[in-house]
Design a protein around this ligand. Structure first.
Ligand SMILES: CC(C)(COP(=O)(O)OP(=O)(O)OC[C@H]1O[C@@H](n2cnc3c(N)ncnc32)[C@H](O)[C@@H]1OP(=O)(O)O)[C@@H](O)C(=O)NCCC(=O)NCCS
Length: 313
């Protein structure tokens, strides 16, 4: 890995003297591989910006992706950026964090420039928080669609739908992997076999089958404060509801999260009425060719009803 480094000049709070104030002249950081980073420090970094990731969530992201951290001179992690080569022609970027102490002084831009350099020639997609949108816009990313981060302690608002699925609804197994991967790929825009394989291994999944063919599915795994349902892929609201409903039932009284581009309609209504209210929004942005259409724009065929995560898309 090429060695990139930066020295930030940090303004102190006043003159030197026998007061409680002090002035720090300079602060040097260098880029290091996220794979070698201390997991507890990565965890502390995401907590410092209020993100819910556990150490295990960071570890999963390291297993499926690449990235860098910025270390100060004594090895403290002050920033991060990761990227995921979903296919030869598409990568997603995420986990872009600057320690609050250092924000608005160029670290985010530095990390992004490093990532863009590594990903030259690739079409890029990311989900931008409000704080990051100006940064990404300045790098040429353009907005695509709002993501609604829905979460909360769920109550069973799904009973009726679950009792009458529009096909055969069953738990997914490893044997279903090729069908899950193909359906996800049709919705996401590229086939991401490695990722779906790893996700299935740590998820409980429900699939809806008609004439033996998988028509919709929803995976659910541990994440952050509880569980997250994603991805959900289906061709219409009714099918999406069929595969989401058992997860809602199973997590009654517990914390569940779901990130979706759907703001209205029966699916969105079920999500919010079951207790997962809109906690925040982020903006899907892209640079290069857009390889996917969004649920609300597609007339026919499978679409992504909920993301794997904001980081992985
Ligand atoms: C988003 C984030 C990574 C930016 O890091 P940073 O080190 O502050 O970024 P930079 O100093 O390079 O600033 C880049 C641009 O973003 C702007 N910016 C930074 N923080 C901002 C904020 N909170 N609100 C609005 N704009 C902000 C800067 O002013 C700068 O714009 P300019 O070049 O026009 O002046 C940082 O605020 C952060 O970690 N936020 C919490 C986690 C997060 O939201 N990550 C983004 C995930 S998509």
């Amino acid at each position: 890995m090429a060695r990139w480094s930066i020295t930030l000049l940090i303004a102190g709070s006043g003159a030197l003297g026998p007061s409680k104030e002090n002035q720090i002249d300079a602060f040097s950081m260098h880029i290091a591989d996220v794979q070698d980073a201390d997991l507890d420090q990565l965890h502390a970094l995401s907590i410092s910006v209020g993100w819910p990731h556990r150490g295990e969530d960071w570890q999963f992201l390291r297993e499926v992706g690449e990235g860098v951290v910025t270390n100060d001179e004594i090895g403290r992690i002050m920033g991060s950026a990761m990227w995921y080569r979903q296919a030869e022609n598409l990568a997603t970027i995420g986990m872009v964090i600057t320690s609050p102490r250092l924000q608005t002084q160029g670290t985010g831009l530095w990390l992004m420039e490093y990532a863009l350099n590594e990903l030259e020639g690739c079409n890029l997609r990311l989900n931008a928080t409000r704080a990051a949108q100006r940064l990404y816009h300045s790098l040429g990313f353009t907005p695509e669609k709002t993501v609604f981060q829905c979460q909360g302690v769920v109550k069973d608002g799904a009973g009726a739908a679950c009792d009458a699925p529009q096909g055969d609804l069953r738990v997914l197994t490893k044997d279903d992997l090729p069908a899950i991967t193909a359906l996800d790929g049709a919705a996401f825009g590229v086939v991401r076999a490695g990722l779906i394989d790893k996700l299935l291994a740590q998820s409980v999944g429900y699939g809806l089958f008609r004439d033996g063919a998988l028509t919709a599915f929803a995976l659910c795994r541990r994440f952050g404060r509880g569980h997250v349902v994603g991805p959900i892929v289906a061709s219409n609201d009714a099918d999406a509801i069929d595969v989401l409903s058992p997860h809602i039932k199973e997590h009654e009284g517990r914390f569940l999260r779901l990130d979706t581009h759907f703001e209205s309609g029966e699916f969105a209504h079920l999500v919010t009425s079951s207790g997962m209210s809109v906690f925040d929004t982020v903006l899907t942005m892209s640079l290069g060719e857009r390889l996917r259409k969004f649920g609300t724009d597609v007339v026919e065929g499978p679409v992504t009803y909920s993301l794997v995560s904001q980081t992985l898309g």
